[in-house]
Design a protein around this ligand. Structure first.
Ligand code: HEC
Length: 153
């Protein structure tokens, strides 16, 4: 990921040096060319490569957001993983009973988990939190709203 960014900078500067408008426009339109949003608390594992370059997410619903943003660490079945780090299961997770806690973790991060919600709108955070709280064996019916997310930010 570090190498990718470096090579983008190289591509960009080479294109500029060559004065090639087409090549530099190309480099600028590559998603990786955008400066990544600053993230704190990101661990060094390779699982986070999928979203680290994102400035914002365009996934339209909670399920797609889960797959794109959360599944890399918590796994597609939400059962978590252990390897270089410990990724807790969200499946059947009683901590999700507290909607505010779930919102807080997504927005602010928690130890090894970056605050990926900073790259989402309030509505997207609400969608993905509602999704994990009503799937994977979790049945917490009290839906969170975008306004509720706004108070946690
Ligand atoms: C880069 C990996 C990573 C990503 C991406 C990630 N998480 Fe996490 N998540 C973690 C880790 C690691 C922890 C455990 C933090 C700790 O307690 O030390 C965690 C903890 C949590 C917890 C608290 C679990 C508990 O039992 O207290 C929730 C809730 C959670 N994540 C939800 C999400 C959601 C929803 C997403 C997607 C929007 C997401 N996470 C994306 C790594 C990640």
């Amino acid at each position: 990921m570090q190498m990718k960014r470096t090579s983008n900078i190289l591509t960009l500067s080479m294109a500029l040096a060559a004065g090639s408008i087409a090549a530099s426009a190309d480099a600028q339109s590559a998603p990786e060319a955008a400066a990544p949003a600053p993230l704190t608390g990101v661990h060094g594992g390779d699982l986070d490569g999928a979203f680290i370059n994102a400035r914002s997410f365009s996934e339209p619903d909670g399920e797609k957001l889960y797959r794109r943003v959360c599944a890399g660490c918590h796994m597609p079945d939400a059962r978590g993983a252990q390897g270089a780090g410990m990724y807790p299961a969200l499946a059947g997770n009683r901590n999700l009973a507290s909607a505010d806690y779930a919102i807080y973790v997504v927005v602010k991060g928690l130890h090894g988990m970056p605050g990926v919600g900073r790259m989402m709108t309030d509505a997207q955070v609400a969608d993905v939190v509602n999704y994990v709280r009503t799937h994977f064996g979790n049945r917490y019916g009290d839906k969170v709203t975008a306004a509720q997310v706004g108070t946690v930010r």
